[in-house]
Design a protein around this ligand. Structure first.
Ligand SMILES: *Cc1c(COP(=O)(O)O)cnc(C)c1O
Length: 423
């Protein structure tokens, strides 16, 4: 009989979004009259149609495959040079960042990239000589779960988290941007603008992380999925805006939240040629080389129509359409933020991110707040506790929705406050 990867069995009751779906479905079944009123501001998935340039590129890419003269079979595993070049130019060089086309690796999204990148790093718990890995708390659960599945942690801990991981509390006191740890760490996962808190790191905060990583020979895995949501040009949109980052950081990028590609599937990683890891015995190894090798063996790349769509998003027209899409969601975020503030709730995020992070009123727990909002207002949010211990006492509202739903959701926030006032 096949022996399974038992690390999967450590995963704490699974991803918490299924639990949200379960509670919403149970409520809808018990209250059929209220079910049509439910507004979902829980899962962070886009709602608006694709930019027209992307649709046209997907269509023409599909047509290419249907014509003998334009047909293409296998492409390069890490993407066509012209697409990698367009990305390196538009997302980096035109912003003064020296990233080469051969440092850009095209993929079907950041979630699979975050999983795959763990494969080129040593596995095992810190106690068994593996990497010491730091994550912020609360955190996008994907970074944690991948490391659990790879055997890089101990078992789940009572009350959240896993043995062997280093958790960096993100709290109101540090503006949800943790300082680098004092204890030794080999790899840190960072995400700014942040999911779930909406916090964004300043240039000097990121510079402290880069200086720390260079001083301690640590690797930063920087998730920039929400970079397009940064409104203030003084705030960094890439870790590579920080001097020295090419020697200590890699970056995850996605077309999901800027181009609305959550269902198309497209993203990329930036792994600089100067970036190194080491063997257990201390020999330095190019991570760019290992990552290239991994792609050559494990993938045949991204489909031609999708690569064409990525390139189209890099055109001036594509950039303008993406900006319009992001502006729309940021308009939603402003409405939700103001609605919560008007009710006297403490609110963070929503200014450079499509997420509004709200403190639960009157010391309520985050699942209790979730249940109350569902029952009293038919409003679905994400309980902060699902993102980690330090997410307890908060909830996340996603700005990914139609304008009409967001305006209605904003009005219903008052129901939470009123319901509590009557208790
Ligand atoms: C949505 C999201 C992504 C994007 O994932 P894809 O697989 O590219 O759709 C990456 N990181 C974070 C934190 C996200 O919220």
């Amino acid at each position: 009989m096949a022996i399974v990867n038992e690390h999967y069995l450590k995963l704490a009751s699974g991803y918490f979004f299924p639990e949200i779906s379960r509670r919403v479905a149970a409520f809808a079944e018990a209250n059929p009259a209220l079910a049509p009123r439910i507004i979902r501001c829980g899962v962070g998935d886009v709602t608006e149609p694709l930019p027209a340039v992307a649709v046209e590129a997907l269509r023409s890419g599909a047509e290419d495959l249907g014509r003998r003269e334009a047909f293409r079979g296998y492409g390069p595993a890490t993407g066509y040079a012209s697409v990698r070049e367009a990305i390196a130019r538009v997302d980096f060089r035109e912003r003064g960042i020296a990233i080469g086309a051969d440092e850009v690796f095209l993929s079907d999204g950041s979630k699979p990239d975050a999983s795959a990148f763990v494969e080129i790093l040593a596995s095992g718990t810190p106690a068994a000589g593996g990497n010491r890995i730091a994550v912020c708390d609360p955190v996008y659960p994907v970074y944690v779960d991948n490391n659990v599945m790879a055997g890089n942690t101990g078992p789940a801990l009572e009350g959240g988290g896993y043995e062997g991981l280093t958790y960096l509390p993100a709290t109101p006191a540090n503006g949800f941007v943790p300082e680098p740890p004092r204890e030794p760490v080999d790899i840190a996962f960072l995400c700014f603008p942040n999911n779930p808190t909406g916090a964004v790191a300043t240039r000097s905060q990121l510079a402290r992380w880069v200086d720390w990583a260079l001083a301690h020979d640590a690797l930063l895995c920087f998730d920039a999925a929400y970079e397009a949501y940064v409104r203030d040009p003084a705030l960094p949109r890439s870790i590579f805006e920080i001097r020295g980052a090419e020697r200590c950081a890699m970056e995850f990028r996605s077309f999901s939240k800027n181009g609305g590609f959550t269902g198309v599937r497209a993203g990329y990683t930036v792994v600089p040629k100067a970036l190194e890891g080491r063997t257990r015995s201390g020999t330095r190894v190019s991570l760019h080389q290992l990552w290239s090798r991994r792609w050559a063996t494990c993938s045949n790349g991204v489909s031609w129509p999708v690569q064409k769509a990525m390139e189209a998003l890099c055109s001036p027209q594509g950039q303008a359409e993406m900006r319009a899409l992001v502006d729309f969601y940021m308009g939603n975020a402003a409405i939700l933020r103001e609605a919560c503030r008007a009710q006297g709730l403490r609110v963070w995020g929503g200014e450079h991110a499509p997420y509004v992070w709200v403190e639960c009123p009157r010391g309520l727990g985050s699942w209790d707040t979730f249940d109350l909002l569902l029952a009293e207002a038919q409003l679905v949010v994400t309980p902060g506790a699902g993102f980690g211990r330090h997410g307890e006492g908060f909830f996340r509202i996603s700005a990914f929705n139609s304008r009409a739903s967001v305006e209605e959701a904003g009005r219903r926030v008052s129901v939470l406050v009123n319901a509590l006032a009557q208790k």
